[in-house]
Design a binder for this molecule. Sequence first.
Ligand SMILES: NC(=O)c1ccc[n+]([C@@H]2O[C@H](COP(=O)([O-])OP(=O)(O)OC[C@H]3O[C@@H](n4cnc5c(N)ncnc54)[C@H](OP(=O)(O)O)[C@@H]3O)[C@@H](O)[C@H]2O)c1
Length: 213
Amino acid sequence: MKLAIIGAGNVGGALGTAWAQKAGHDVVFGVRDPKAEKTQSLLRAIGAKARAATAADAAASADVIVLATPWPATEAAIRAMGDLKGKIVLDATNPLTRGPDGIGLEIGHAISGGEKVQGWAAGASVFKTLNTTGFGNMANPVFHGVKSVMFVAGDDAANKPKVMELVGQLGFEMVDAGPLRNARLLEAHGMLWIDLALARGQGRDFAFGILRR
Ligand SMILES: NC(=O)c1ccc[n+]([C@@H]2O[C@H](COP(=O)([O-])OP(=O)(O)OC[C@H]3O[C@@H](n4cnc5c(N)ncnc54)[C@H](OP(=O)(O)O)[C@@H]3O)[C@@H](O)[C@H]2O)c1
């Protein structure tokens, strides 16, 4: 599969590395400066399955576009890609704000970043996923042989199985979390992971799982 990953930082780098090396996908990082040394260094580390381009070039030939940009840059990054009609877009961003009381959601809880992304990416099929755990866990989602959980929220029922399979190739146990409006739940869940990791002493080496009877 041809994957465009917009942003080549912590999340983009971890996802691109895993998808190229574990699953053999062709990865194009959509970045502002494809020649930047940090991007070139990432490409060397991944090998022949990865390259870098502008976001628009990366998106043009991609089967799936993954958003791994800081929230404040996300609208501009989407607009830079032009017409995304018919494209599958995975939104891994979290619309975070930080204040004296800790982290919060910049846009509140009555809308989600995922739904905002759908508004900016007109005609695309947007799925919220990969926002509820740290980038280290995206590289290595398995804990003592048990898969940590990853949720997918999106309205496009026809393409959801394909998205679940793609994200599952990273090593997660996949759970369908319902329609895109449930990105509101997933973004709050993402905040819980961040708060526990960074403010409650859990560190980054933990993840959520699903127990069943
Ligand atoms: N860190 C985590 O563990 C984690 C986990 C789940 C979700 N998230 C979410 O994932 C997103 C990325 O987080 P991160 O930690 O990977 O951030 P990061 O390390 O700061 O990387 C962000 C990347 O986005 C690029 N970028 C910025 N503006 C851009 C634009 N207009 N067009 C294209 N690329 C642009 C940056 O490139 P430049 O070098 O050009 O600035 C950089 O490569 C955030 O929304 C975050 O909330 C993070």
